[in-house]
Design a binder for this molecule. Structure first.
Ligand code: ADP
Ligand code: MG
Length: 182
């Protein structure tokens, strides 16, 4: 059995979780052994489920450290990871080890934070992945393709869990305009 790494990245509301769930459901249909993990800090909708903004959901295991997956996911055909940007730096090595040991690893996460800076382990994961898919949202300001997560609230915390009340997807132009107004 041969493993590899797939990355699904993009802004908030771009359909990363939707696409992750789609791929994992297809693997389940193929009767493969599938495990899904998310960082324990992401409890926005549900303690255990991975849930997309259009309410698709799949059972998952919340974990604190990326290395928890080495035991919990050993021997899986497919390992899904959501909100990967929130994991510790050990995530890259963990994904490499799982893929080296024969698992298909599918990682979804924000490529950029609210200041449009590469987020956590995502850039490194994109570099080592065999496949990288960038999905796009719709700009809430003008309707163009959006790649940025604009924070409407004033907080300067890097990790601020939130929803449409706190963040909105924006295109490059409208993101820059919004940053100027701050
Ligand atoms: P992500 O995991 O990337 O945050 P989700 O998969 O959870 O995205 O949600 C994608 C869904 O969000 C879309 O199918 C759509 O129903 C909804 N949605 C809400 N706002 C937007 C937007 N600005 N652009 C695109 N989809 C949006
Ligand atoms: Mg998501």
């Amino acid at each position: 059995r041969r493993g590899w790494i797939e990355v699904i990245c993009g802004s908030m509301f771009s359909g990363k979780t939707e696409e992750l769930i789609r791929r994992l459901n297809r693997a389940k249909i193929a009767k493969q052994r599938v495990e899904i993990f998310k960082p324990a800090i992401d409890t926005r909708y549900h303690e255990e489920n991975v849930v997309s903004h259009n309410a698709n959901a799949i059972r998952s295991t919340p974990i604190q450290f990326a290395s928890d997956m080495l035991l919990l996911a050993s021997g899986c055909d497919v390992v899904g990871i959501d909100e990967a940007q929130f994991f510790d730096e050990g995530l890259v090595d963990v994904c490499m080890t799982l893929a080296n040991n024969g698992s298909r690893v599918i990682v979804a996460g924000l490529d950029l934070d609210y200041q449009a800076k590469p987020f956590g382990s995502m850039p490194a994961l994109m570099a080592v992945a065999e496949y990288v898919t960038k999905v796009h949202a719709v700009c809430m300001n003008c309707g163009d393709i959006a790649s940025y997560s604009f924070r409407k609230a004033a907080s300067a915390q890097k990790v601020l869990l939130g929803e449409t009340d706190t963040y909105e997807a924006r295109c490059r132009h409208c993101f820059l305009e919004g940053m100027k107004e701050k």
